[in-house]
Design a protein around this ligand. Sequence first.
Ligand code: GLV
Ligand code: MN
Length: 195
Amino acid sequence: VDPDSLQDFCVADLNASISINEFPCIPASKVNASDFFFDLSKEGVTNTSNLNSSVTPANVLAFLAINTLGISMNRVDFDLGGLNPPHSHPRATEMGLVAEGSILVGFVTTSNVYYSKVLTLGEVFVIPRGLVHFQKNVGNKKGIVFTSFNSHMPGVVIASTTLFGSQPPMPNEVLTQAFQVDDAVVNSIKSKFGS
Ligand code: GLV
Ligand code: MN
């Protein structure tokens, strides 16, 4: 869903002083074959939080050659029980391929209908643009999912950190009323997300 391109490619200049709907291009004379290849072969570090998962992005910030091409990928690694927590992508539909493990994939529509399935090697899922979704490793070994997006920068809104980890924090009176719980519950969740 990114805008159409008027050129073959536009390898991003992340340091340019101007930005028009993101990044301008480096000069074509500075483009090398290696710009068009990116390594997602390495397992991400999954033990940095209790989620036991890790997302390695190949978006425009990491893979400069996809600038303006309306496409990108992630590699998601899952240790045992690992969770890629509920989140949404404001700018892209997501399609994913399970490369290893048994992965529960779920999403919720704007009508509050929950769809889910456990997928294994070679199976594919789609998450319509903007809908909240997650993946969880429900098997007895590690899991790998490769996801793709129809945007070079899909963006990610993680439900937990957006509401309970913003800086400055969202006021408790908003969160207690929205979730129908008291301050202690809100403070406890906030303390886990640094807000
Ligand atoms: C998975 O949901 C991802 O965003 O890579
Ligand atoms: Mn996603």
